[in-house]
Design a protein around this ligand. Sequence first.
Ligand code: PBG
Length: 342
Amino acid sequence: MSTDYRLDLPRRPRRMRRTAALRALGNETVLQPANFIQPLFVIDGDGAPEPIESMPGISRLTIPHLVEECRELTALGIPGVALFPKLDASLKSEDGREALNPDTLVLRAIRAIKASVPEIAVITDLALDPYTTHGHDGLLDPTSGDLANDATVEILAEMAVLAAHAGVDMVAPSDMMDGRVGAIRASLDDNDFEQTAIMAYSAKFASAYYGPFRDAVGSASSAGTQQLDKRTYQLNPGNRREALMEAALDEAEGADVLMVKPAGPYLDVIREVREETDLPLAAYQVSGEYAQIMAAAEKGWLDLESCRDESLLAIRRAGADILLSYFAKSYCQALSSASATR
Ligand code: PBG
C-alpha cells in the first residue's frame, strides 16, 4: 500500500483535529459546573440515604444529608439544586392539601439549606404530584375527571408564596396549567417577593422518560400504576410549534428562565426556543435519560463517563445555558479530578 497519493484540497478540516491542543483550540462548546442544577430527592426523618433502584447512584436524602450534599455541590462550583420531596403515603390526599402546610417537608428543606449553605440557589417545583394520591400535578375536576386548570393555578400561586417565605431563590412550575406563570408572578409580587424568580417548565412533554422519577417520588405507585397519563396537560411529543407557543406565553407572563424537558430527545426544541428568546434557557435531562445510560453502562454495553459527557455536551450545544441533570455532580467531580491531575 502506498501513501503517496495526494488530493488537491483547498480545505482539510482534519488539520485542526490532529493534536489535543489543536482540538482544544477548535472546540466550540464548553460545559462548566456553573451550567448545572443538581436535582435532589428529599425524605423526612434522620435515617440513612435511600437508594432509588431505577436511578443507580441517586438516593433520597434526609435534610441533614441534603445540607451536606449542598455543601459538596457548592465546593464543586455547582450553583443550584432543585428539590423534590417524597412524602409518606399518609400525607397524600385527593386534593394534595399537604402542599399548603407551612411546615411541609420541602419548606423545611429549603430553610435548612438556606441556613447552612446560603450561597447555593435553591429551586423547588410547583406542582401537586408529590402530594396527591392520584399522582397528577393538580386538582381533579370531579365532573370531567380532568385537571381543573384555574383551581390548580390558585394553589400553585399559594405554594410559590410559601416557598418564597422559606427562602427559595426560584420556583419552577412543572404542572403545565394554562396561565400559571402570570398568576404566580402576581402572587409573589403582591406578597413582596418581587425578587423570587420563576423558572418555567415551558415545553414539558408527556414523556415516558419520567418513569424513574415517578418511582423516586412515589407519584405512580401511590396511584397504583406504572403509567401516569398526563397528556391532557403535558405537550404532545410531536408538537414543536406548540412548544414554541408555550415558551412565548411563559415569557410574556413574566418567566425569568424557560425550560425544555426532557432534553436529549428534544434537542431540536431546545435549539428553536434558544433562537426565539433572549431569556436564559434550561433543559432537564430527566430520570429516564439518566437511567438508560446507567443501565447500559452496568451491562457493559456503553462507557458510562463518555456517554454521560456526550449526552450533556449535546444539550449544551443545542443551546441550553442551564442543565438540570442527575449527572451534574459526577460530571463536575470528573472535571475537577481531571484538572487536579493536569
Ligand atoms: C412533576 C415532575 C416530573 C418531573 C419533574 N417534575 C414528573 C411528571 O411530570 O410526572 C420529571 C423529572 C424526571 O423524570 O427526572 N411535575
